[in-house]
Design a protein. Structure first.
Length: 463
């Protein structure tokens, strides 16, 4: 029977890893964003000064004039509308007469597939807003422009010291820069500090044992009330997203890399997944079909839940709907030595073309990263600001989104994802394997076997 389950498990992981759809982070509009957009549309265009050091890129001002670049992006809804508004602003204001044409591909999976299919054709875009692992895959065909010279150019360069290292370094591969950060988010633990205080805890968990102790005591509090149906609730509402699984591995000083390949079956990884499975076996973590984790969190049915940065407004709405006045906080995944936080997101990737087109695309990127545009993106999407200095423009936003402000302060703990093209599939397999452990209630003693299967599959995907 174990062999049959193992075969089914491996087959399902391979199918999932090859066919899952990667959904981009979504956001919502806010009134301040709309007002900013109206104000921006009426501003007098501010010309960019061309005085100063000469460019080393070998493209004259005359050659830049009137270039048209096609940009493919994965966004839809609010994000797509905002991006198109920003494109219109750039087209109207830039001093070179550069015209950007934005085309949505709806999601990251469609973007990757359509871009890959277009590479051998004259219809390929000039720039895409894609995941870093996608850029690595396309770079195998020699089609991705190295942006190192653009970032360092005396005339058109970018001040990277104003961009967090965890953002900036994700796109740097052995001295070559295949992208510039466009959006960044992370997955966090959310902690109900009011409820925690009532059951005896004055501080957020600082180690796995603290996390377990708080989760178990919350479950014990639920089991003492007059409703037997909720006796299994109270602790951590289990989340099986790939970045959650990866963050827990890092919190236990594990990971998935071994040099330029993958390795899952390690003592630290075994310790991490065994710890989480034992929590489930002790009823200190739980899941229930049809349960909204944010509603469970707001209703004190879970002391901890997991969420991405862009989810925080939805969590706040859940508390409002529950008429809850509890205070809740954003925390990283607690480790014995260092807490873990995995940062991820999309990047601007320029595909090779004529030098003047590549420079035109670069100038659009640089404009998008200016503080005003960066702030508008934050207000609409609720993600991290790319530039550190952009926070200075977001004082009102910080006041109305305190958990977002907490998340920004955790950025120094952030780590980026593996820099391998195969991570596109391996991360999905990681999430599927983590989900499998809970779906079939894999005993904690069988964790090494699960990790061995995951390592075998990852090795095959990485070949």
């Amino acid at each position: 029977m174990k062999k049959i389950l193992s075969l089914l498990f491996i087959t399902s992981l391979i199918l999932s890893a090859c066919g899952s759809t990667e959904a981009p982070p979504t956001g919502e509009s806010v009134s301040s964003t709309e007002e900013t957009a109206r104000q921006s549309a009426t501003k007098t265009p501010k010309p960019v000064s061309t005085k100063g050091p000469a460019s080393s890129l070998g493209v004259s001002e005359e050659a830049l004039q009137g270039n048209e670049i096609r940009v493919w992006h994965p966004w839809y809804g609010v994000e797509s509308s905002l991006f198109e508004s920003l494109v219109q602003d750039f087209n109207e204001k830039n001093e070179w007469g550069i015209r950007v044409i934005a085309e949505t591909q709806v999601n990251f999976t469609n973007l990757y597939e359509n871009t890959t299919a277009s590479l051998p054709t004259p219809d390929k875009p000039d720039m895409v807003i894609a995941l870093p692992e996608h850029a690595l895959e396309w770079d195998k065909n020699g089609i991705v422009a190295d942006l190192t010279a653009y970032a360092q150019d005396p005339a058109y360069g970018l001040d990277s010291s104003d961009i967090a290292n965890v953002f900036w370094n994700q796109d740097n591969y052995g001295g070559r820069r295949l992208g510039i950060p466009a959006q960044r988010t992370a997955r966090f633990l959310l902690w109900n500090e009011t409820w925690a205080g009532e059951i005896g805890f004055s501080a957020a968990p600082d180690a796995p044992e603290d996390f377990e102790q708080q989760a178990c005591r919350a479950q014990q509090a639920m089991s003492k009330d007059a409703t037997p149906q909720n006796d299994f609730m109270g602790g951590w509402y289990v989340d099986t997203q790939p970045m959650t699984a990866y963050a827990w591995l890092l919190a236990f000083e594990g990971g998935v890399l071994d040099g330029n390949g993958y390795r899952f079956l390690t003592p630290h990884n075994i310790e991490a997944f065994k710890f989480l499975r034992e929590m489930s076996e002790a009823l200190c973590s739980w899941q229930a079909a049809g349960t909204d984790p944010f509603e469970a969190f707001a209703n004190r049915e879970a002391l901890f839940v997991t969420a991405s940065l862009e989810d925080l407004p939805e969590v706040a709405r859940a508390f409002a709907a529950a008429n809850s006045t509890d205070d809740w906080s954003v925390i990283s995944f607690p480790g014995d030595n260092e807490d873990a936080l995995v940062v991820y997101g999309s990047s601007y990737v320029i595909l090779k073309s004529a030098p003047e087109k590549q420079l035109a695309a670069w100038l659009f990127i640089k404009w998008m990263l200016e503080n005003e545009q960066d702030a508008r993106m934050v207000e609409a999407t609720h993600l991290f600001p790319i530039r550190t200095s952009t926070v200075d423009l977001l004082g009102s936003y910080e006041k109305t989104h305190p958990q977002w402000a907490q998340a920004v302060k955790l950025l120094p703990q952030g780590e980026f994802q593996p820099q391998l093209a195969s991570w596109r599939q391996v991360k999905i397999m990681l999430g599927d394997g983590f989900k499998h452990m809970y779906r079939v209630n894999v005993p904690s003693g069988q964790v090494p076997a699960i990790l061995a299967q995951m390592e075998s599959i990852a090795t095959g995907l990485g070949e």
